[in-house]
Design a protein around this ligand. Structure first.
Ligand SMILES: Cc1cc2nc3c(=O)[nH]c(=O)nc-3n(C[C@H](O)[C@H](O)[C@H](O)COP(=O)(O)OP(=O)(O)OC[C@H]3O[C@@H](n4cnc5c(N)ncnc54)[C@H](O)[C@@H]3O)c2cc1C
Length: 411
């Protein structure tokens, strides 16, 4: 692992201390309250107030202005903190470092007008409201955004929106007040200039939630993925985010940091899974041998460690590139970590399930849920294949050693 700057280590240690003292001992209570239907479990609210009072807040936003609350950690500095937060599904929310609000705040920081910032960004930074990003559509292959059909057309000083979205994470959550909707403003424009982003208040007439989608049979009021329709939804033209027709480019700016943060958190969760594998295999025996003495167990643990440390270094490299060169320059590395981490996460969760035997498929350990999340992660934020396509395309333009073939040939 690369050594992080002193300040980043101090903040990571403070977050870790808070995690051990306040979050972990309250995990059962959080689960109970979530199971009872609380979308924002009371204990989560209590801990959010405590973390905010300690200043451990908004750590995933490197571009905070002087008057905006939070710690100004770079992406690289945040990697250590994010690993701690990744150990439990709800820990990021305690520190206002959770998706989809963080990437939506980044978008607003970059492209919102002053009035839009007042209305949406500042309440999000304070943790008073939630938001959702609604791009994917059920009837179109949405990994290619130029396929989107949701129509945004202008009538006087309003935009009128019609369409159907799904998997807009958090859109049906009790705290969600803002939908960032991607739709077509000009169907005649080139494929990358058709879309725009519009800020839609969640309670606007014409927005109808249809259903909350399960992910591998899992639903939770704290983490929703709804399908919803927009029927003649009207918003002022001042709700356009950035320029008309710039939706594709703006959406790309959001996805770099979003993917990076998901990867960082997954690494933290994988560390938990490796620890569980080691402990479990030390405490049980079969056929006169402890399970950790079998070479297959050693391989499962060792390959997990190798993959995870490779992933961490790749993620740190991507974070550093994003900090120093920006989103566009880090594009290949972001796609690389997205593929590498999602697949290693799935492999490690799979090995943990296997080592736990039947218990591995229950929810007595985090392994089964991790496996389901990892499998979904291979699709959201761009499916594996789309990232592999990006990597191959960029790689093709970067080759410098091709002319060596003339020297290497034996003829
Ligand atoms: C848990 C979860 C949360 C999500 N959260 C959000 C959210 O907050 N907001 C939002 O807008 N969306 C969200 N999504 C949706 C997600 O971003 C999309 O599912 C994803 O972009 C893929 O789009 P699609 O489902 O339409 O698949 P499609 O585009 O139909 O692709 C299906 C499959 O086709 C193959 N394929 C596609 N392109 C290529 C290619 N170039 N080369 C080879 N094969 C290819 C791949 O196997 C791919 O998985 C979420 C999804 C999940 C599962």
């Amino acid at each position: 692992m690369l050594e992080l700057p002193e300040r980043a280590l101090e903040i990571r240690d403070q977050v870790n201390d808070f995690f051990q003292r306040r979050i972990l001992p309250n995990h059962s209570l959080w689960l109970e309250q979530a199971a009872a239907g609380q979308a924002q479990p009371e204990i989560e609210q209590t801990l959010r107030a405590e973390a905010k009072a300690l200043g451990l807040w908004n750590m995933a936003l490197p571009r905070l202005a002087d008057d905006e609350p939070g710690l100004r950690l770079s992406n690289l500095e945040f990697t250590g903190v994010a690993e701690v937060l990744g150990r439990l599904e709800w820990a990021s929310r305690v520190f206002n470092c959770h998706a989809p609000d963080v990437p939506n705040m980044e978008l607003l920081q970059l492209f919102a007008s002053d009035a839009q910032k007042q209305r949406w960004l500042y309440p999000l930074l304070e943790g008073d409201i939630g938001s959702a990003f609604a791009m994917t559509e059920p009837y179109e292959a949405s990994s290619d955004p130029s396929n989107l059909t949701t129509r945004i057309h202008r009538e006087g000083d309003q935009y009128v929106i019609n369409g159907r979205k799904w998997f807009a994470s958090n859109a049906s959550h009790a705290n969600c007040e803002l939908l960032v909707v991607v739709g077509v403003t000009d169907p005649e424009a080139s494929r990358s200039k058709r879309q725009s982003l519009v800020l839609v208040p969640r309670n606007t007439p014409g927005v109808e939630m249809v259903r909350d989608l399960p992910v591998f049979d899992h639903r939770s009021p704290t983490n929703t993925h709804p399908e919803f329709t927009l029927t003649d939804v009207r918003v002022p033209i001042a709700n356009l985010l950035g320029e008309q027709g710039a939706g594709f480019a703006i959406g790309q700016a959001r996805l770099g940091p979003a993917r990076l943060h998901h990867c960082m958190r997954a690494i933290g969760e994988c560390e938990v899974l490796i620890s569980l594998m080691v402990l479990r295999s030390q405490e049980r025996s079969t056929f006169g041998k402890r399970i950790d003495e079998y070479s297959s167990t050693q391989a499962a643990i060792s390959f997990s460690r190798i993959e995870l440390d490779q992933c961490r270094l790749l993620v740190q490299q991507a974070a550093h590139l994003l900090d120093t060169m920006g989103n566009k320059a880090a594009r290949k590395q972001i796609s690389m970590i997205k593929v590498a981490v999602a697949n290693s996460y799935q492999n490690i969760a799979d090995r943990a399930i296997q080592l736990y035997g039947a218990r591995g498929v229950t929810n007595d350990t985090p392994a089964a849920r991790a496996f389901a999340k990892a499998r979904a992660f291979r699709i959201y934020d761009g499916p594996d294949e789309v990232h592999l396509q990006t990597i191959a395309r960029l790689e093709a333009g970067e080759q410098e050693l091709g002319q060596m073939v003339h020297y290497l040939s034996e003829r």
